[in-house]
Design a protein around this ligand. Structure first.
Ligand code: ZN
Length: 242
């Protein structure tokens, strides 16, 4: 399997790698800095270059059959042959915005649970610092959105560290913070479990990429609050400086 470098260091922008396979309009590498779409976070885009050629990576996905990380290549570009040594480089500005957005979403979920006792039921991120999150709330209003926005920005401005740890599965299952986020639903084969801990704000098992310190997120606006049904309320957020 591909060595997934961004799961340990989200700030790596490029790496040297070898092409180990070709599949579904893309290539598999022995190691990569590209994040494969999942957990609400878009897949990375960027470039692969090798001796004599280069091509654009237009998306990164996990193959449904093999679980491998597939770098989806622009169909009109040349493809590196299997065995080629390549330099893999992500579109860093786009990814960094995803890291900030993702950290904002965790913080939002921690605040809405901590202060209002409501669990998250869904969420999704777009490019450009835009995202939504769904909560098991009975009611929602614009005033509520503003209140949460204020609390969220105050928490982010405290500039707390964001820790990435790999916990033995048994330990993760016994952690009360992780029980809340349904860590028991993670397949049995996943051990250790990767945990993102935004000190004092939110802690959850997660595969995405995040910033190191909450101040990097900047200010966040709650741009919309809406009811999608009973116990199903949605908040849309935007980073102030995408
Ligand atoms: Zn995350």
């Amino acid at each position: 399997m591909t060595d997934d470098l961004c799961s340990r260091d989200a700030y790596m922008t490029d790496c040297e790698a070898t092409v180990t396979g070709a599949t579904d309009g893309g290539v598999v590498l022995d190691r990569t800095v590209f994040y494969a779409r999942g957990g609400g976070q878009p897949g990375d885009t960027g470039m692969l270059s090798w001796d004599g050629g280069e091509c654009r990576v237009i998306d990164t996905v996990k193959s449904r059959e093999s679980g491998e990380v597939v770098h989806v290549l622009a169909p009109e570009d040349p493809q590196p042959p299997v065995g080629a040594a390549v330099t893999a480089e992500i579109d860093w500005d786009r990814r960094y915005t995803h890291m900030r957005t993702h950290t904002a979403l965790h913080s939002l979920s921690g605040i809405v649970f901590g202060d209002y006792g409501a669990k998250v039921t869904g969420g999704n991120m777009e490019s450009g610092g835009v995202a939504r999150m769904d909560f098991e709330l009975d009611t929602i209003s614009q005033e509520f959105g503003r209140e949460v926005e204020e609390k969220l920005n105050a928490a982010l401005a405290r500039d707390v560290p964001v820790h990435v740890t790999f916990l033995p599965r048994a330990e993760a299952l016994a952690d009360p913070d992780l029980i809340r986020t349904k860590v028991s639903l993670i397949p049995d084969s996943v051990d250790p479990i990767r945990v993102i801990d935004i000190e004092g704000i939110d802690k959850q098992a997660d595969g995405g990429t995040h910033v190191r310190q909450t101040v990097e997120v900047g200010r966040v606006r709650v741009v919309k609050t809406e009811s999608k049904g009973k116990g199903f309320k949605r908040m849309r957020i935007e980073l102030e400086s995408p």
